[in-house]
Write a protein that binds this ligand. Structure first.
Ligand code: NAP
Length: 285
């Protein structure tokens, strides 16, 4: 079976690349924008003519949440228009499309974990472009898995964990918001779940949405405390509210995902975010 990873140099793509060594019975292809630009129909056609994949995992995205506020057209091209192209190609070439979306499609006003069927109402350009990508996939694809995740980090690439490790070593005090609540997701754990879907791809004949993060709930402040404690005994981590740390994009105050559907259908147990973080830190430190 041929598994084709697009946007392969990012956090998630790198984790799938790392994991691929254990799946010796699959043929993997890894490409990023320099080889295959997912916003270009010609580039995608040439790619799929060459690779002839059975499963395509789309890890490519415009993920700079604040920068997206000033680059809506580019974010839309990558997060929405390209997903429409991928959905159409999935029908033409007959591959299963596995696509990743975000907890930021919700507005954060819920007081219980979000279900796959809950109403979307994104509050940022990034969230709106990712939701538009979901709608394009749902309207066009016949065989697809759409996984919403949140607060993604990895030992690869730049992310919150690596930023906090650096700040914890450089500064005596780090202030972090404690009124945005969610669940961190170790990209290695998401990569493993994506491979479970790839393994059963021949059984998938429709389009389904799933929620995935690690288990548990925390604020960015709680998350930062755990990270910084691993590198510094002296750095103080102080809680602040969102209004004390203004950003270009509005972020949901609550974006915990309900994961019952993916756990029941794949028969999996999901690691708690604190255990997952320890595994990532062990790799990094
Ligand atoms: N990061 C998070 O906290 C988070 C949270 C929830 C959901 N997600 C979703 O999870 C998925 C994976 O995220 P990630 O953090 O692994 O992303 P990432 O690290 O930003 O990686 C995205 C990759 O896509 C590439 N790319 C950009 N435009 C492309 C194009 N036109 N054609 C092909 N490749 C292109 C990027 O290349 P360049 O770097 O050169 O642009 C980068 O290598 C995304 O769908 C994202 O929306 C992420």
């Amino acid at each position: 079976m041929r598994i084709d990873i697009l946007g392969a140099n990012g956090q998630l793509g790198s984790e799938i690349n790392y994991l691929s060594a254990t799946y010796t019975h699959f043929d993997f292809t890894f490409s990023d924008v320099a080889d295959t630009d997912i916003t270009s129909q010609e580039s995608l056609r040439h790619h799929f003519d060459t690779v002839r994949p059975d499963v395509v995992i789309n890890c490519a995205a415009y993920t700079a949440v604040d920068k997206a506020e000033g680059e809506a057209a580019l974010a839309d091209a990558i997060n929405s228009h390209a997903v429409e192209l991928l959905a159409q190609f999935s029908n033409e070439y007959g591959f299963l499309l596995i696509h990743i979306s975000t907890d930021y499609v919700f507005d954060g006003t819920s007081c219980r974990p979000y279900l796959e069927t809950d109403r979307c109402n994104p509050v940022s350009v990034y969230g709106r472009t990712k939701r538009a990508g979901e709608e394009a996939l749902l309207a066009n694809a016949k065989r697809a898995v759409l996984i919403r995740t949140g607060w993604l980090y990895s030992s690869f690439g730049n992310n919150f964990v690596r930023t906090m490790l650096r700040l914890g070593q450089e500064r005596p005090v780090v202030k972090v918001v404690f009124d945005q609540i969610g669940t961190p997701t170790y990209a290695a754990d998401l990569a493993a779940v994506i491979m479970r879907f790839a393994e059963i791809s021949h059984e998938i004949n429709d389009v389904q949405i799933y929620h995935f993060s690690n288990e548990g709930v925390c604020s960015w402040y709680d998350f930062a405390r755990r990270i910084i404690a691993s590198v510094s005994e002296s750095c103080k981590v102080l809680p602040i509210v969102t209004s004390e740390y203004p950003t270009a994009a509005v972020r949901p105050h609550y974006s915990v995902l309900d994961k019952r559907k993916i756990k029941e259908e794949l028969q999996i147990e999901i690691p708690h975010w604190e255990d997952a973080l320890q595994r990532c830190l062990a790799k990094l430190l």
